[in-house]
Design a protein around this ligand. Structure first.
Ligand SMILES: C[S@@+](CC[C@H](N)C(=O)[O-])C[C@H]1O[C@@H](n2cnc3c(N)ncnc32)[C@H](O)[C@@H]1O
Length: 211
């Protein structure tokens, strides 16, 4: 179960995108032997737990061409790399504070020929560029995360949702999100399988937090 899993939920991708998704298996297996970016127990479920999970954001938001998206704490490239394959006309900037993870991201993007990915070794707080959306998975609690986003949003808006944050989260979020105005999308409504039972995309419009 690998590329077929992606095709099951994204049947209209081009042959170039199919090849790129298919290549991820070898690329991550090879890179993971040199630099650990995916926990060893998860490498067998790369397509479900990393690639399809990352693409959950695409079920909530079909980014318009020309959108600029920042992935904070991307690690080995999740969710940024799968989204960059799916949206070739959207610009993705991937940052991580650990240099060797960015080495992997750059290596994978280059092997795939992804022209829409830029990767930086830096802390998110230090980045001075502006974006329409910020995506992330498994980096920090939402209230802390939001403090990193000051001054990072573009004013122009041309997507189905207002510019803002799309964060992949799991479990009980009541305490973490208390007092925040957000929309929660359950990934079990889009994808089958126990893994997705508790997984969500949390969306916050930039106007709904102090930015
Ligand atoms: C648990 S990993 C998640 C990686 C990836 N998002 C994923 O889901 O596979 C968290 C990552 O966030 C990075 N990170 C933590 N704080 C950061 C910050 N302030 N700026 C940039 N990266 C950060 C860490 O270096 C680490 O690679």
């Amino acid at each position: 179960m690998s590329l077929e899993l992606i095709l099951q939920y994204f049947p209209n991708i081009t042959s170039e995108q199919k090849n790129q998704f298919a290549e991820l298996e070898t690329l991550y297996t090879d890179w993971n032997e040199k630099i650990n970016v995916i926990s060893r127990k998860d490498t067998d479920s790369l397509y479900e737990k990393h690639i399809l999970h990352s693409l959950g954001i695409a079920k909530v938001m079909a980014f318009a061409d020309g959108t600029k998206v920042l992935d904070i704490g991307t690690g080995g490239g999740f969710p940024g790399i799968p989204l960059a394959i799916l949206f070739p006309n959207v610009q993705f900037t991937l940052v991580d504070s650990i240099g060797k993870k960015i080495t992997v991201v750059k290596g994978v993007a280059e092997s795939l020929g992804l022209k829409n990915v830029t990767a930086h070794h830096m802390r998110a707080e230090q980045l001075k560029e502006k974006f329409h959306f910020v995506v992330s998975r498994a980096v920090t609690q939402m209230p802390v995360f939001l403090t990193w986003l000051r001054g990072k949003f573009e004013k122009d808006q041309f997507n189905p949702k207002h510019n803002g944050v799309l964060y992949l989260k799991g479990g009980d979020l009541a305490e973490e999100l208390a007092g925040l105005k957000c929309e929660i999308f359950q990934l079990k409504n889009y994808f089958e399988g126990e893994f997705f039972d508790t997984k969500k995309v949390v969306y916050l419009s930039k106007g709904n937090f102090n930015n």
